[in-house]
Design a protein around this ligand. Sequence first.
Ligand SMILES: [Mn+2]
Length: 410
Amino acid sequence: MKFIHMGDTHIGASNFKLDQRHKDFLRVFEEAIDICIDLKVDFVIHSGDLFDTGRPSFKELIFVIEQLKKLKENNIPFLTVAGSHDVYIHETPLSLLEKIGLLTNLSNPRYLVPKGDVVLLNGAIIKNTFIAGVPGFKGNVKEKYSMIKPNIPNNVFSIFIFHHIISDVEDAGSFADLPLSSLPKGFDYYAGGHWHRKNIFEYNKKPVVYPGSTEYTDSLDMLKSKEKGMFLVEVPEEKTKKLKLKWIKLNAREVVFKEIELNNLTPIEATNKLFREIPKHGRDSILILKLKGRINGLKSQINFNRVLKESEINGFIYCKLFLSELSDEAGEEYQEIKNKTIKEIEYEFLKKQKYDDITIKLAQELINLLGKEQTPKELILNQEECIKMIDKLFLSKELNDFMKSKEGVK
Ligand SMILES: [Mn+2]
């Protein structure tokens, strides 16, 4: 028995508002479906986010219908769950596709039967395999998982499809929304979705598998994922033998990544260096430039437009610049200011305006008094206080002038 595990196909998504990128998601999905047919797999499981939205366009729906029809004509069942994207109130586009017999939506409420304190999880049986799943829950995820009681029959291979980020996923950080121990026990294969990068780990010695998305869904994904694809899983007849997992790379849009060091360059020098370093043969790929170092000037003085135009001329469909590791003079000034109190900033500002220390001190006290929220009574009292201070201020000025004239005499 063998099956394909794919997920997060996000039909309808695009990047950089490019029509080409919208088409890429469709093209890769079609490639994936054709491979499933070529490999004559027993079934296909999809771990959620088939569509990018709960309201796909007619064009996108018709496209998916055409693809799933091909699978059906080849007797390959397609089973999925509602992800976080393809949910629209109660009904999802999956309900429509299920009504016309093109897929099985395992997150349909008919598979989840509340019984007392628990929810019985039923599934479909295909080729002696029990396949069950839950939708991508919004909120109280851990609590909802704690209620799930899977109804796994004896002596079958069993698959659990889910759409959450387990805490053990590499780099998941704050994206994780479910601890590993919350997954229902007893399954032979855990088919994960929602995390867009390929990742595999174990739970009770069984594989937890994320194939990731079939296309790069955003520029961070382009930076972090090396390639896109799906898994072919071969289940041996003998239970003692190990599962065979084979990665199948899909032809997602090529991404070219380059780091460019701009340390100590002026904005003009930096522009020239960027211009020189843009790869010559774009071949319709996406270019990602990560700029590093400290510019002797301002980032905004780099002629990025020229860089973007050149990348287009060289055949890239888009150039994305990452500037987070590039610093400049403005950045440093901002960092310095961040570590100062308002009083310190005020002082430096007034000092630059050539006020002496006594005047600045009085001015700051005035600012302090006037800046307070106050009742009318306090206001009158403070006004009196202010007048006294202003008197002092003039006195100090006269004193200063007097001292200066004395110095002049010397
Ligand atoms: Mn997704």
